[in-house]
Design a protein around this ligand. Structure first.
Ligand code: DLL
Length: 435
């Protein structure tokens, strides 16, 4: 059984990898300078040109990119290839109304598929496996990303998307799925449903699961491994940098290997932007050195993380990232969907004609995220009939669903009933304890 999908890249000597990264970085900076006026202006503002970037040691000279830049440059301002050469987009929520749109050429898709093929192989997958992909298909990168890797290896691929859990289990049983790919919370839910259906892991052929897109704990890993009778692997990625497969876990289950031949990882101090040494906790920053259509130079992920170098027991030399330990912004991941409080605020502002006092309450029941938004009635909204309050709650819920992409329970509460804090308003109460 093949242990690696791309042994040359996954086990490359660190010095050779650094040389490869340097060569690709220099080329990428030139490509961006020539084709992306938005980033060229940022470089000019910093007083640098591509000639200043001679290798990876000069990376720190480049300006950062952030979600705010993506919003400013929306929808095509960061595109580095003509649209006619792009074959796909994916998208995710942005900090305010605007979504992030990422573009791919066929070459970008092929490289991405290679990354997810590495992840599936590291989880023990070969062409003889049956891979059930229960990440969402569509604009979200989860479904397409793992689907692409599975096809690349030649596995039989079940493009299920998420939901309809009993049918998922029926397919697993009937078609003998051996690998499942979904969010960890959905995996836990499938485990529970299996039990409720009076079945056990012995009724299935599952051996591994590839879970990511949201934070999860070691305790959850144990729970999923037991309830589904599998080994559970973590996978990390973000739409801006391609999608799942930026980093993946190997059999050692001690952090995720970053596909360094495609992405240069740095850790920075989120306050000052100063690069920090390996082993230090800070914000993860990626530079994509092989992407053609939507290359990101020093993109700030806002994920707080630690990098560790050294040869892994699995034989891979790729640098490892720890599970993300939180965010340096206020983004929440609820049922696998990225949610920013500013999006919620913009809906309320539109509905209420004033900035209302609100609180977001996120919890977890039976491995499912609960999501409630409490909104204080303002004088404008004030009404004393239960019926009109319920109608308003419904209206807000529909708008919220449209903007966020997931359902929230809306509860209108009496004026002045949400506790005021002395400093910053406490907008979010998250009791899930995931990191
Ligand atoms: O969540 C891509 C993905 C799909 C990854 C399927 C893994 C599996 P976005 O929707 O753009 O992309 O969200 C990216 O999700 O910055 C992290 O905060 C979080 N995230 C992704 N993977 C993990 C993970 C996809 N394994 C954001 N652990 C990232 C913790 C994760 N957080």
């Amino acid at each position: 059984m093949a242990k690696y999908w791309n042994e040359e890249m996954e086990c490359m000597e660190p010095d050779k990898m650094r040389a490869l990264q340097s060569e690709r970085l220099v080329k990428q900076v030139r490509h961006v300078w020539d084709n992306v006026p938005y980033y060229r202006k940022k470089m000019e503002e910093k007083g640098i040109t591509p000639d200043d970037i001679k290798g990876i040691e000069d990376l720190h000279k480049l300006p950062f990119l952030s979600k705010a830049d993506l919003r400013d440059a929306y929808p095509t301002g960061l595109l580095a290839k003509p649209l006619s050469e792009c074959v796909r987009i994916h998208s995710t929520s942005g900090t305010t109304g605007k979504r992030v749109v990422a573009y791919y050429t066929q070459h970008d898709i092929d490289l991405w598929n290679d990354c997810t093929a590495r992840a599936i192989t590291a989880a023990g997958g070969t062409k003889d496996d049956v891979v059930q992909v229960c990440y969402g298909y569509g604009l979200f990168t989860g479904g397409a990303g793992l689907d692409g890797g599975s096809h690349t290896i030649g596995c039989l691929t079940l493009p299920m998307s998420s939901g309809n859990t009993e049918r998922q289990i029926q397919f697993m049983e009937d078609l003998g799925s051996t690998i499942i790919c979904c969010t960890p919370s959905y995996a836990a839910y499938i485990g529970e449903t299996l039990k409720k259906m009076g079945k056990s892991p012995d009724d299935l052929k599952l051996k591994a699961g590839i879970f990511g897109a949201e934070p999860w704990t070691e305790e959850m890993r144990q729970e999923i491994q037991n309830s589904l009778g599998i080994k559970a692997y973590d996978i990390y990625g973000l739409t801006e940098i391609s999608g799942p497969g930026v980093a993946f876990e190997c059999e050692c289950q001690e952090g995720m290997h970053i596909n360094e031949d495609n992405f240069i990882a740095e850790i920075i101090n989120p306050e000052t932007g100063e690069p920090l040494p390996d082993g230090t906790k800070g914000e993860l920053v990626f530079t994509s050195i092989t992407k053609e259509a939507f290359p990101m130079l020093r993109y700030r992920t806002r994920d707080i993380c630690v990098l560790t170098r050294g040869k892994c027991k699995c034989g891979r030399t790729l640098v490892k990232m720890a599970k993300p330990m939180g965010r340096s912004d206020d983004m929440l991941i609820i049922r696998g969907v990225n949610v920013f409080p500013s999006q919620i605020e913009s809906v309320l502002l539109k509905m209420c004609n004033a900035s209302p006092n609100y609180q977001i309450i996120v919890g977890r029941e039976n491995n499912n995220d609960t999501f409630e938004i409490r909104v204080e009635l303002t004088d404008d909204m004030w009404t004393d009939t239960i019926k009109s309050i319920e109608e308003l709650e419904k209206k807000i819920a529909v708008d919220m669903h449209t903007v966020l992409g997931i359902k929230a329970k809306i509860r209108l509460v009496e004026p002045n009933s949400i506790p005021r804090s002395e400093g910053k308003a406490v907008r979010v109460i998250d009791t899930r304890k995931l990191v």
